[in-house]
Structures are given as C-alpha cells and as structure tokens.
Design a protein around this ligand. Structure first.
Ligand code: 1HN
Length: 378
C-alpha cells in the first residue's frame, strides 16, 4: 500500500537545543506526524525570532517598464465585468509569486484607455489611488465624481461603491494601494457587483467633488454633517495643498523655524478631517520631500511600506541594497529593514529641485495592535 503523505513532516536532527536523535525519537516524531502534531522545540526559532525577519525582500520596479507593459495590456485586454480592473500588481519576489508587494499591502499600476469605463463594484478591502502622471480620469465613489490629476491622493475606504471613467482622449495610468494581503489572512472579505452602467448624471467632470466641497477646507469641520463610515470622508487630497505644505516647511526651515522631520526633510501625513486619524483603517499615507543634497537618517520600523518616486532623483537604501531612482519608480521597504534616501540632481530634475516620495504603509494596524516600534539605525 502506498504511504499516505501527511502535511506534517518532522525530521529529527542533531542540533543545539534539540534532543538526541535515537530510533525512539524518530518513532515519536512519526507519531506526531500521524496525529498532526508539531512540537514547539523544533519550531521556536522560526515562530519567535529575536527581531522581525520579513518574508518580503526589498525590491524596485522601474516605472518605464510598468507603463510599457500596462500600455500593451491596454491594447490586448478589455476592461469589464468579471476581471473588473486593468490593474497589474507588484509581486514581491519572495512571496511565492502572489500579487503581494508586502505581506500586508497590494500595489498595482492601473491603466484605462480613452473613453473606457471600469465597472462599479464594492469590497471590504480599503483602497486608494495616487496619480504620478496624467489627468482625465475621474472615479465615482458613492455617486460622487472625483477628478484625478497628477499629485492627487484619493482614499476610498472599504464597502464604498466605485467605478472609474477615462473622459480624455489619452490613456491614463495611476497606482492603486489596497490591504488585500492583510484581508486575505483575516478571511473576512466581501465583494459585490454594482450597476453595469453609471448614470449620465455621474458622467461629469467637476473641478471639485462633493466630498471636497464639504470636507476639503483646511481646519474647518462642517457642523451638522455626520460621518459614520470608516476612513476619511474627503475623497481627494489635491496636489496644490500637498505641494504648498512641503514647500512652506522647507522654506521656513531655511529661515530658522522648526517644522520639518529633520534638516532638509519635510513630510506630511494625509489625515481624516473628521478626527485627525489615518485616512484608512489599515493604511497610512504620507508624502516626503527631501531637499536636493539632503540625506535622511536610516530608520527601522515594524510594518512594511511601498514608496513611489513622485519627482526628482536620488539614491534609496533598504537594508543591504541601494538603488538609483527616478520619477514613477516604486519600491518596497520590508519590516525592520533600515531605510534612508539621498536626494541628488539627476536626469529628471523635479519642479521643486527635491526628491519627492509618496509613501503608504500598514502602520495603523501595527499601532492598533501595539506592535509599532521604531529604531534609528546607528
Ligand atoms: C479594485 O476595485 C480597484 O477599484 C483596483 O480601481 C485594484 C485590486 C483587487 C480587487 C479590486 C479599483 C483592485 C480592485
């Protein structure tokens, strides 16, 4: 009779901290295998490492390659019901070929051809869009048409109906970030199809969405407007505000006022205007500007991040690896790997002369679980 494979496979090995390998021990391990049991003493080093050892590795994706392949997909792969989105995800090379940029985060380039619609649906996964180039697409979230332009950040918490439309005569690309890998392990996901067509009333391209007109005025919370759903009620954070905030920080620093993270390094966190919290329950988003010639201090943090170079060029170091980066490039910083950047003049000189980085990470989850830790890497 053929042996039946059990999923548990234990091998008695001679090693420090392990029992002597004897025929009796081997028999004991076979009993464990048969009964689907695993002793702690063979696993503890992996289950309880002294410090985080991420399964993900640092990796860089060049924007030029992503856009070229997305454009090819635009000519070959229609968008419609079933596939839902022409979104092409970053697969971390050490996460088994799954579409996971990190163990918790999904990141993809999405591409819509002129006049195309991506159909309406909703899901429990929390999502956002960030636009590194182009314009002309708007996303309809719960019937509110939100224009998308370079530098805009659009959070969209789970269970909101949403569809996209390219109203321009050019293809448009942007990035999507979602907490798909995290929700995958929770086994608590839901998904529903919406209407097959959005209404003509929603086929408009306003300069500002309704959500921006209610929630998008700095420091002014509307009185009498309830906000009870998760995540930010503000559906777009426009580039003009982000850019001005960062420019002001660096300019004031030059004049001797405090207000930056560290010399030459300004940053802002996108926040919920209702209560100041993160824009999404599971995802934090930030924008960092590193003045030309400035360098950031290497930092280790629990949790993982994905960055996109919005503008400028420089050198990024993650753990043991360094890359030269330019506009649009995306890279991953796994948990507890030292991260730093240096801003350098390069081929794609930015509007501000600085290295501009969009960042998203899973910090809200780690903070909620009190697993957040930061260490300056000396
Ligand atoms: C989704 O709905 C979008 O709405 C983007 O643009 C990426 C990846 C997986 C599942 C749903 C979008 C997605 C997604």
């Amino acid at each position: 009779m053929a042996a039946i494979d059990t999923p548990v496979q234990l091998k008695a090995v001679a090693a420090p901290g392990q029992p002597d390998v004897t025929p009796e021990l081997e028999q004991l391990y076979q009993g464990f295998e048969r009964e689907l049991l695993v002793p702690l003493w063979t696993e503890i080093g992996d289950l309880m490492p002294a410090h985080p050892r991420s399964r993900a590795v640092p990796h860089l994706w060049k924007w030029d390659n992503l856009v070229r392949l997305a454009d090819e997909a635009g000519h070959l792969v229609p968008v419609g019901r079933g596939g839902e989105r022409r979104a092409i995800a970053l697969a971390n090379p050490s996460l088994g070929g799954r579409p996971f940029a990190t163990p918790t985060l999904w990141a993809a380039i999405q591409y819509l051809m002129p006049g195309e619609d991506a159909p309406e649906h909703r899901h429990t996964q929390h999502a956002f869009r960030f636009v590194v180039e182009g314009s002309g697409v708007w996303t309809v979230v719960g019937g509110d048409a939100v224009p998308m332009n370079r530098g805009d950040f659009l959070p969209q918490a789970g269970w909101n109906w949403h569809a996209h439309h390219n109203a321009s005569d050019r293809p448009m690309a942007w990035i999507d970030g979602l907490d798909i890998p995290l929700q995958y392990v929770t086994e608590a996901q839901f998904f529903e199809f919406g209407r097959d067509e959005i209404s003509d009333a929603e086929r408009i391209t306003p300069r500002y969405s309704r959500s921006e007109r209610i929630w998008g005025h700095p420091g002014l919370r509307p009185v009498g407007v309830a906000h009870t759903t998760p995540g930010s009620p503000l559906l777009a954070y426009k580039w003009e505000h982000t850019n001005r905030a960062l420019a002001d920080q660096l300019e004031l620093e030059k004049q001797g006022y405090a207000g930056t993270v560290e010399p030459g390094h300004a940053a802002v966190r996108y926040s919920n205007p209702h209560d100041g919290s993160d824009v999404l329950p599971t995802i934090r988003a930030e924008f960092h500007r590193v003045a030309r010639g400035a360098e950031t201090t290497p930092v280790c943090e629990t949790g993982s991040s994905v960055y996109q170079v919005f503008d400028g060029s420089g050198t990024v170091t993650v753990g043991e690896v360094s890359w030269s980066v330019t506009r649009g490039d995306l890279f991953v910083v796994p948990s507890w790997q030292a991260f730093s950047v240096r801003s350098e003049a390069g081929s794609s000189d930015s509007d501000s002369g600085a290295l501009d980085l969009f960042r998203f990470c899973d910090a809200p989850v780690f903070e909620a679980l009190q697993l957040n830790r930061t260490q300056i890497d000396k």
